[in-house]
Write a protein that binds this ligand. Sequence first.
Ligand SMILES: Cc1ncc(COP(=O)(O)O)c(C=O)c1O
Length: 382
Amino acid sequence: MKSTTAHPLDAVSVDEIPAETVLRWHAAIADELRAAFETVLPAPRFTLGPRLREFEAELAAYVGTTHCIGVSSGTAALTLALRALGVGPGDEVITVCNTYVATAFAITYTGATPVFVDVDPETLNMDPAQIPAALSEKTKAILPVHLYGQAVEIDRIRAAAPGIPILEDAAHAHGATFGERKCGSLGDVAAFSFYPTKVMGALGDGGAITTSNDELDRHLRQLRYMGQAGPKHEHQELGYQERLDEMQAAFLSVKLRHLDEQIDGRQRVAARYRELLAGTPVVTPASDVTGRHAYYMFTIQAPKRDELAEFLAGRGIRTQIIYPKLVPDQGAYQDHTARRIGDFPVARAAGERILCLPMFAELTDAEIERVAQGIRAFYKAD
Ligand SMILES: Cc1ncc(COP(=O)(O)O)c(C=O)c1O
């Protein structure tokens, strides 16, 4: 990497194009982030204080729910949301096979069994047509993932499992919409991750749960702080130490103000990739099929994917494969109980071809062109 100046915020290479980076965004909003830090430093509280309450109110308003509960990670958000839905040993939760392991681990942590289904070939999101075969009298919830930032077909999922609560995994989908409605407000409850490289990330770990259900909100607040309902040292149930801290909440309030600009930037990059890759053998991702795509990832399907990735790496262009192995194929699920609906032919075939191109809002036109030129050169498409 050819990098330049002393301060790490400026250390953005001119030669190498990273697959993802927050450095440029942080450089642009550094003064706001420093000001946020200054509000927390002299404050008497570092957890469950005013910055967290502010951020929770702002995110709930943005998403369109009545409640938001800040927690320590996306994994905690999923686990607590499942617990609040009453999921436990003997229950089943239907989810997709092509997600980050945390989606399934959260189910397993509760003692319930994940039931893995295949995905739609166009969006790679949960295929609602798979749900009837996955349902059983033990089904306690459905856990679809808005993969890469594109909303799932929530209306078809709900119709396939009437009356069964839906927990959205919105870890990729900050600001994405289904029609006009924001991801995070589509199901009964939703889990966000603020892992730093997400569309809206903290400067460390963080997560949040959104819901418009008052009882879930009450229970989730109790669960995230050691099962306390009221007075300190009175623990009503087995809870967790999983709060979002004041510092991260203050940083996230800054980032939330810029989220829509970030998505506009990601949409600009996606549109340009589409133009420049037309006529090549790669399939670009379905665009805005269900609503506004947040483009956490711009995932193409490419013949000779591994050779292409290597070729691009040789030109200083970093890519990634999200996710390289299906969750039910992971070692963890050879030991733990899971149910599999079929052998996931769609996700398995896509898994051989998916490649996530560099994607962040500050990619320059010249960089986007360099990526596209690399792909065109690989396929000799010029
Ligand atoms: C789809 C999905 N679900 C859940 C998570 C877990 O979030 P976290 O890393 O904040 O625990 C992530 C991200 O890592 C994710 O991508």
